[in-house]
Design a binder for this molecule. Sequence first.
Ligand code: UDH
Ligand code: MN
Length: 354
Amino acid sequence: MACKFGTYSFPQRLKLLLIIVSLGSILTWIVTHNIQDLVWEVNPQPLEQKVQRWTGVQIVSTGPQKPQPVTPTPTSLPLCAFLSPYLRGATALKFDAQLTFEEVQKRNPKVKEGRCKPQECHALQRVAILIPYRNRERHLLYLLEHLHPFLQRQLLDYGIYIINQAGNGVFNRAKLLNVGFLEALKEYPWDCFIFHDVDLVPENDFNLYHCDHEPKHLVVGRNSTGYRLRYKMYFGGATAMTKQQFTRVNGFSNRYWGWGGEDDDLRIRVQLQKMKIVRPSLEVARYTMTFHTRDHGNEINPERMALLKKVPQVWSKDGLNSCSYKVLTIQHKPLYINITVDIGDPRHNPEVAV
Ligand code: UDH
Ligand code: MN
């Protein structure tokens, strides 16, 4: 018979053997993977454990939320899905010159005083978006227009804070973000903080505004850099850190007045604590930066390189634990919480300006 093994020549037998072995391995692979799924079905694990196995991502907030005075949260709500069913993927961004804050408010009826949380499920994390700010109203409007629906689709319990630097002194992005962290925590037990430039609009809602088991850098590509990372160690634009991660590095340095360096300083703090920086894939971590020129009062800081050299010596004394400031007003506006703050000015009052 033609199929008798003995009738084949040695090379033919070898080929046949190879085919049989390959088919066998493919079959084994399929069976083991399906069985793993079956085991998960028969023996369901808590959602948090599943999410951790699928993604390696740790869910920070698992305990029941404290009931809110106005709308108590039923503790019986199921946990929200890690990957929300409402995600849409890449969206073409349009910026309408006629847009108003009232219009954005109308489109987001569930947002109250800059905050929103899902009604159908218990959010996995409580996320505060902190935006350093001065005199960028148009950029803020476009960001709010896109960020509110984006965060609601991600099923987050979130709040948007604008930390507005009072006066015309030198701008200090990092110190404003420290103030935002300290002040936001006085209002609500946020688990996760996103330090977010006002002019960066995320293009894809699979770029999750959750915190990870390591500090997360969100801006992998942006239109202004041809959708490439600005440089390998870049840690600016928008980053996500848990309350614990940010506290562990003593927050940002307060000493970067003017443009540049503060994001590298934070990266060094993270590295000194032996934490790793994680990034989502370039496919989803894409941003459009609304066009702007350099602002007055935010000129390049010529001292930034010298400051960066001293991080290992100063990080534990310069940061959240040394941040002195004076809150002037806290306004709960419909779409955001506005904290106007006097952070000092190194030229006029060096003692406050640390
Ligand atoms: N910011 C303000 N107001 C200011 C300065 C800075 O709100 O006056 C905030 C804002 O959130 C901004 C962030 O700080 O997104 C970072 O500042 P930036 O946008 O000026 O920094 P970037 O690196 O630009 O994007 C630097 C100057 C670009 C010159 C472009 C010339 N081609
Ligand atoms: Mn910018």
